[in-house]
Every structure is written in structure tokens, then in C-alpha cells.
Design a protein around this ligand. Structure first.
Ligand SMILES: Cc1cc2nc3c(=O)[nH]c(=O)nc-3n(C[C@H](O)[C@H](O)[C@H](O)COP(=O)(O)OP(=O)(O)OC[C@H]3O[C@@H](n4cnc5c(N)ncnc54)[C@H](O)[C@@H]3O)c2cc1C
Length: 417
């Protein structure tokens, strides 16, 4: 296409999108615009495309970028939820992850197994996870201290009373997965735009367009705001008291040269659980070294709010000190080993910890998808399948509709402030 033709084509295209119709005033296909290409957005766009819609996916940066919650190396898949609705969603998602891995001939899920270890005081928590995994249909095995010592000489097991091993739990290659879905989306005819988009004008209870930073107004029949931790700033009146991005510091520790005991294939994902006063027991979990990046460890107790766009991504020195102490205590071979990478990410907490999938209170065709908290990634394809069906009027999950609805109450932290 020559430059002049391209300009003419894009101008015509933009104009028709702004008007929300093509020549003749009719669209053969429903037009869906998804704002946000994190794990929820890309899978929603993909399934809307599969359902025959004309789909535009807009992201301010690119799919899987470093500031997005979905932009890390790895995210864990597990089915051990206390709420059966999430267990069902995780299980559906696993089927879909495997379906698309096969279709696209690429590996995104890595079966590592997971070992949860507990002190006497944390036993109940771990046994509950064991039962939940079994209830969801996944085998899980109890290990006494002797069995744990034999299987995992990498850990210092002082004070550990028992363990539970669930072999089917594993890791998803997070940002690679998001980028893969986005690539398939564009290869399949989806339209990906890199731009920041905000709601445009509305009319009679319908959102007519989104406007991007280049000044373009883009029309559609349905708009889905899957903007993760950006949502509360984007919709302060509606979501400012409902969602809260919270920082998470992540460390990757390098094993000694030639020591492969902390890498994928040698180490499962792991977590120590105990009573609240046992700080290191309650607050750390980790994954084996994946693609050579070092064993990952994360604290789960950070409560500091975080601006996903503007805050600096340098780990907190207090967490560095705590990570060092934890390693020295639980991983003797890694005691003085260097951190070879660190990341700062954010989870998006919501009321009751539930995901958010609902309409904007003023727009019948404007949707929110978010509130992924610290566990949303694994659900990506099941969420996308569900949201696309719901937005296109083919919803068949009333229990999920109710669970994910915009709640009346406010996040407790805001009430305290
Ligand atoms: C350290 C850490 C560990 C985690 N571990 C796990 C785990 O083990 N298992 C698990 O299942 N989950 C885990 N999670 C949670 C999971 O990563 C998130 O729930 C999930 O990634 C949320 O995805 P999202 O699509 O809602 O948001 P995001 O991935 O943040 O995507 C939102 C997108 O919207 C775009 N955007 C925002 N505003 C605009 C705009 N105005 N215009 C255009 N684009 C815009 C952003 O650029 C971004 O790409 C973890 C999270 C963190 C931080």
C-alpha cells in the first residue's frame, strides 16, 4: 500500500470507527474494543475474535510489558481454592491452556508440582489445601518430615511438621503467554493498537467511543476495560474505593555454578506456612529457576499501595534484608548467593478478593474486567472465554456473573483512612 493510500485508508477507517458504523450504516459483525492487553484482555479479545466479532485490542504499551501485572516471567497454576467457583474456573483454564498450547505448538504450562510445608501451627492450612486439590479432582500426597527430608534436601526443615505435594500444579510462562495470544490474535485478523485510550462520549446510556492519545475516537458496539491496576485511577468515581493496586517485590537468586538443584525439573514450587508470629513461615513462597533466571522468591504480606504507571520498580531495602534472612534460614546453599534479578509488580486487590466483571453503572455496553489480585493469571483463558460470551450475549455462568459483580461496599483500607 502506498503512503497516500494508507493515509486515506486509516482516515476512512478512523472516521467510520468514530461514527460506529461502516458504509451503509450497518455492521455485519459486532464490534468489540478491548482496552488493556494483560492476561484478561488478550484472552477476551481472542475469544471475541473466535466468536466472529470484529475486535480491536488497545494497550498503552505492548502485550506483556514490564509494568503490567501479567508482565512477570512466571505465574503459578493451582486448583486448590476454598471457593468451588474459582476451582472450577482454574480447572477450565487448565484445559484451555493445554488446548491452545497444542493448537499453537508451543509450551506455556510447565508441570512442576507444588510442595506446601507447615509447622505444627500451620498444619491445618496445608491440609485444607491438600483436601481442596483432591476435591477439585487433582491427586495430592501428604509427606511426613522424613519423606520431605529425603525428597528435598535443598530445604532446611527446622520446625516443619509435615508437607503436602500436589504433582499437577505448575508454572505458566506469563509474559510469553500474553505475547503469544496477542500474536495469534493479530495473525487471526484482530486489530492491535498501541495507545492509551480513555472513555470518549456517551449517549443515552451507551458509550459511543474511546479516545486515544493521538486524538482518535474509536467507536464500537461493546467496550471492555481490562486495565488491571490502572482501573481505579481511570474510573475514580466508580472504582476508586473498590480496587487497590498493592506492590509486590520479587527476587531471583542465583545458585552456585553447576548446582542445578533449584531449577525447573529439580525443585517444585514451594511455600512455608505457619502461625502469624512465625514471620518467615507465613510470608514467603517461590518457584524453581525458569529459563535460567534464578530461583524466584516473593513475600506475600506487602500492603503498600502502588501506582502502576509512575512508581519506580526498585525493590525495597527492607524486603532485601528479609529475603536474605529467609534464604539463610531455609535455603542453606543459597545463603550468600547473589540476587541476579529483582522485579516490582503489583496485584489489584478487590472487595472480598473477587474478580470484577460487570457493566459500568451508566453504560449498558461498557464493561470492567479486573481485580485479578495475586491469583488472576492462571484463569486467563477461562476468563476470556467467559467475558467474550457474556459481552456478546451468550452468557451461561450466572454464578460467575453474581460472584464477579461490582460490589456495594468499599475496600476496608479506604474506610480506615
Ligand atoms: C508478583 C506477582 C505474582 C503473582 N503470582 C500469581 C500466580 O502465581 N498465579 C496467578 O494466577 N496470578 C498471579 N498473580 C496475579 C496475576 O498476575 C494478575 O491477577 C493478572 O496478571 C492480572 O491481569 P490483568 O489483565 O487484569 O492486568 P494487567 O496484566 O496489568 O493488564 C492491564 C493492561 O491494561 C493496559 N492499560 C491500562 N490502562 C490503559 C489505557 N488507558 N489504555 C490502554 N491500555 C491500558 C496496561 O498497559 C496493561 O497491559 C501475581 C501477580 C504479581 C504482581
Amino acid at each position: 500500500m502506498k503512503r497516500r493510500d494508507f493515509i486515506t485508508w486509516t482516515t476512512a477507517q478512523t472516521a467510520s470507527m468514530a461514527l460506529g458504523r461502516q458504509a451503509g450504516g450497518r455492521h455485519a459483525k459486532p464490534r468489540v474494543t478491548v482496552i488493556g492487553a494483560g492476561v484478561f484482555g488478550v484472552w477476551t479479545a481472542w475469544y471475541a475474535l473466535q466468536a466472529g466479532a470484529e475486535v480491536t485490542l488497545i494497550d498503552a504499551w505492548r502485550p506483556g510489558h514490564s509494568r503490567a501485572s501479567s508482565g512477570g516471567e512466571t505465574r503459578q497454576w493451582h486448583p486448590a481454592y476454598s471457593n468451588p467457583a474459582y476451582a472450577a474456573m482454574a480447572t477450565r483454564a487448565k484445559t484451555l491452556w493445554h488446548q491452545w498450547e497444542k493448537a499453537w505448538n508451543t509450551q506455556l504450562f510447565y508441570r512442576t508440582g507444588r510442595v506446601l510445608m507447615a509447622s505444627e501451627l500451620g498444619k491445618e492450612q496445608v491440609l485444607a489445601a491438600h483436601e481442596r486439590a483432591q476435591k477439585a479432582g487433582f491427586p495430592s500426597e501428604q509427606l511426613d518430615l522424613a519423606a520431605l527430608r529425603k525428597r528435598y534436601p535443598q530445604f532446611n526443615l527446622d520446625e516443619v511438621a509435615l508437607g503436602v505435594f500436589t504433582p499437577d500444579i505448575g508454572l505458566l510462562a506469563a509474559r510469553r503467554a500474553v505475547a503469544t495470544v496477542a500474536d495469534r490474535f493479530t495473525a487471526g485478523g484482530g486489530n492491535l493498537i498501541v495507545s492509551k485510550a480513555l472513555p470518549g462520549n456517551s449517549k443515552q446510556g451507551r458509550l459511543m467511543s474511546v479516545k486515544d492519545t493521538a486524538g482518535r475516537a474509536m467507536g464500537a458496539d461493546q467496550f471492555i476495560f481490562a486495565c488491571g491496576p490502572w482501573l481505579p485511577n481511570m474510573f475514580p468515581d466508580v472504582l476508586g474505593q473498590k480496587l487497590r493496586p498493592v506492590r509486590r517485590d520479587v527476587f531471583f537468586v542465583g545458585a552456585p555454578a553447576g548446582d542445578d538443584r533449584f531449577a525447573l525439573g529439580s525443585l517444585p514450587t514451594w511455600s512455608f506456612r505457619g502461625a502469624p508470629h512465625e514471620t518467615d513461615f507465613t510470608t514467603w513462597y517461590g518457584f524453581p529457576s525458569f529459563e535460567g533466571r534464578g530461583m524466584k522468591l516473593c513475600p506475600v504480606n506487602e500492603r503498600n499501595t502502588f501506582d502502576p504507571e509512575n512508581d519506580s520498580r526498585i525493590v525495597n531495602p527492607v524486603q532485601v534484608k528479609r529475603a536474605r534472612e529467609f534464604l539463610a534460614r531455609r535455603f542453606p546453599a543459597l545463603k550468600n548467593r547473589p540476587f541476579i534479578e529483582t522485579r516490582v509488580c503489583q496485584v489489584t486487590d478487590s472487595i472480598g478478593g473477587d474478580f470484577l466483571v460487570d457493566r459500568h453503572p451508566e453504560w449498558e455496553n461498557g464493561w470492567f474486567v479486573g481485580g485479578g489480585a495475586g491469583h488472576g493469571f492462571k484463569h486467563g483463558p477461562a476468563m476470556g472465554e467467559y467475558v467474550a460470551a457474556r459481552v456478546l450475549g451468550k452468557a451461561d455462568h450466572p454464578a460467575w456473573d453474581k460472584l464477579f459483580q461490582l460490589k456495594e461496599d468499599r475496600l476496608k483500607v479506604f474506610e480506615r483512612n
